[in-house]
Design a protein around this ligand. Structure first.
Ligand SMILES: CCCCCCCC/C=C\CCCCCCCC(=O)SCCNC(=O)CCNC(=O)[C@H](O)C(C)(C)COP(=O)(O)OP(=O)(O)OC[C@H]1O[C@@H](n2cnc3c(N)ncnc32)[C@H](O)[C@@H]1OP(=O)(O)O
Ligand SMILES: CCCCCCCCCCCCCC(=O)OC[C@@H](O)COP(=O)(O)O
Length: 327
């Protein structure tokens, strides 16, 4: 330090400059605000992971560790003023394995995911996440299943193993069937792994919809505004919609139903297996409409037949999701 006697005034000057510059950027540049918020988001998760690792390591790699991660991540929504509202959590099957499928908009999905993550439920994630420093290690310790999306064969064999584990170790799996983040307002065609998985393990699929972040977050526009002040309207109990999925991704369902004389596998039935919906309070009428329009399914309202709300009812070659409407 003696060689650099002038360093301290320079550092002080830099510090004061930053002290002035950062708040100025924060308040004047939405892009800078977006950048700071995302940097903090990732940095905070990495930091929390450092804390979580020794605690999780006690058990070794174990799905029960996911509870620890979940508890440690739940507060993040408050830091960002994001209010998460959960509708229909009771629609989760109480005690059996199942596959959760959910739309994937951004890494912020983690917030909604942690809000509703059932016990013994592990997400399927891209392999790259394993190398995300402390977060990767924490995920590994919590039993996150990593797949190499570039090697379909490997990914399929991992998922086939998961189909076994699902039953033998009583776990649930959370899959983002779009296979990647997608924030452009529409849903990408589904990858098929989640559906193969459910068929192989003969377990139900529980769809979860996370509402659009469009009114407070947009990666493309580098926009991440404060969201805490928006009004929350009480939401009506959602009516039932029947969503016909004509897209091939659900072909496995139709195959299996035709092999079984148009009758779906028994374990896929169950009026208590309605999908649930996850909404955040920022969701406004336009956002809701956009999201529903974005889902590439044709849906026919059928409030008169709530009793037909079995999870999946293939009929005449078209698989049908019963899905709760965002209302
Ligand atoms: C306290 C601090 C804590 C800090 C730490 C943070 C903690 C956080 C905690 C936890 C967070 C976890 C974070 C989770 C978030 C991560 C999200 C992501 O990473 S999203 C990307 C990965 N997810 C997927 O990719 C979806 C799954 N993908 C699939 O299911 C695909 O289907 C896949 C990879 C298996 C193959 O993909 P294909 O791109 O090749 O395309 P296809 O058309 O689906 O499949 C090709 C053929 O293979 C058949 N196929 C697919 N799966 C099959 C199977 N299981 N068995 C048999 N055939 C199968 C298909 O039917 C198709 O064949 P035919 O065209 O139909 O003939
Ligand atoms: C080494 C520094 C890395 C910093 C990483 C911080 C950890 C954040 C953990 C957030 C978990 C959410 C994971 C997520 O959302 O991953 C994205 C993939 O679903 C889809 O990826 P892609 O759009 O296909 O690239």
């Amino acid at each position: 330090m003696e060689l650099w006697p002038g360093i301290w005034p320079v550092l002080l000057l830099l510090f004061l400059l930053l002290l002035f510059l950062l708040p100025t950027l924060w308040f004047c540049s939405p892009s800078a605000k977006y950048f700071f918020k995302m940097a903090f988001y990732n940095g905070w998760i990495l930091f929390l992971a450092v804390l979580a690792i020794p605690v999780c390591a006690v058990r070794g790699r174990n799905v029960e560790n996911m509870k620890i991660l979940r508890l440690m991540l739940l507060h993040i929504k408050y830091l960002y003023g994001i209010r998460v509202e959960v509708r229909g959590a009771h629609h989760f099957p109480p005690s059996q394995p199942y596959v959760v499928v959910s739309n994937h908009q951004s890494s912020l999905d983690l917030l909604g995911m942690m809000e509703v993550l059932p016990g013994r439920c592990v997400p399927i994630a891209k392999r790259e996440l394993l190398w995300a420093g402390s977060a990767g290690l924490a995920c590994w310790l919590a039993g996150v299943i990593f797949i190499d999306r570039k090697r379909t064969g490997d990914a399929i064999s991992v998922m086939s193993e998961v189909a076994q584990t699902l039953l033998t170790q009583d776990v649930r799996v959370w899959v983002f069937p779009e296979g990647t983040r997608n924030h452009n307002g529409s849903m990408l065609p589904f990858k098929r792994g989640a559906f193969h998985l459910a068929v192989q393990a003969q377990v139900p699929i529980v769809p979860i919809v996370m509402s659009s972040y469009q009114d407070f977050y947009c990666k493309k526009e580098r926009r991440f505004t404060s969201a805490g002040f928006l009004k929350t309207s009480p939401l009506d109990p959602p009516p039932c919609h029947h969503l016909s999925l004509r897209d091939p991704p659900l072909a496995p369902w139709t195959d299996i139903s035709s092999r079984r004389n148009e009758s779906p596998p028994k374990r896929l039935h169950g009026s208590s297996l309605d999908p649930m919906i996850l909404l955040d309070s920022k969701l406004q009428a336009a956002g809701k409409k956009r999201l529903m329009e974005a889902i590439p399914l044709s849906h026919n309202f059928s409030s008169s037949s709530p009793s037909k709300s079995s999870l999946l009812v293939p009929s005449k070659g078209v698989s049908t999701f019963t899905c709760t409407h965002l209302h």
